[in-house]
Design a protein around this ligand. Sequence first.
Ligand code: CA
Length: 225
Amino acid sequence: MDSILIIEDEKDIVEAIEYNLKKEGFKIYKAYDGKSGLKQARDKNPSLILLDLMLPGMDGLEVCKSLKREKALATIPVIMLTAKSSELDKVLGLEIGADDYITKPFSMRELMARIKRVLRRWEDREKKTPGLHFPNLEIDIEKHEVRVGGKLVSLTAKEFSLLCYLAENKGRAITRERLLDTVWGVEVAIESRTVDVHIKTLREKLKKAGKYIYTLRGVGYKFRE
Ligand code: CA
């Protein structure tokens, strides 16, 4: 059974989400502030985390960054709950590694669809080969690690997802829109140059292995050996 940790200080929202998720068969854990949320994430190892942005004390951004820094927690998908689209911009701009975002007020139906989609994406990835190996480039999906020439490279969650998606679809042309949809997974308008910016940083971090990511002018990108 999938379990979901809700980190949100507004008790009414927690209750509403809990009620609806339980009906769908999820096991629920709750935390009303960031610190205890992190603790629960470590203790319970949930399948997914719903994380409110505005929390007392440690806010959602800090919680998300901490989650993504801890190896054992980094692979747990996170859906951020934000109150306004201006907050959403902040989340997107800061590149904190959340897997999806939903703006309040949201319908339970919409939230459920997001949760299922994120979980499905995660399961699909785990079903595929746990590792992708190329000369000078090793991607360990389970450990969330990338090595270039044997040396560990530190990537953000988004950069890691981008690289995995491209490498898993080796030889295929992938449009920016496809990458936005798969890696960012949000329906809000993000400019497609966001993809270019991330690819640029990713290439720089990958150094000599950056050449695997080939630009298809006016289309998108392709991973090629
Ligand atoms: Ca809040």
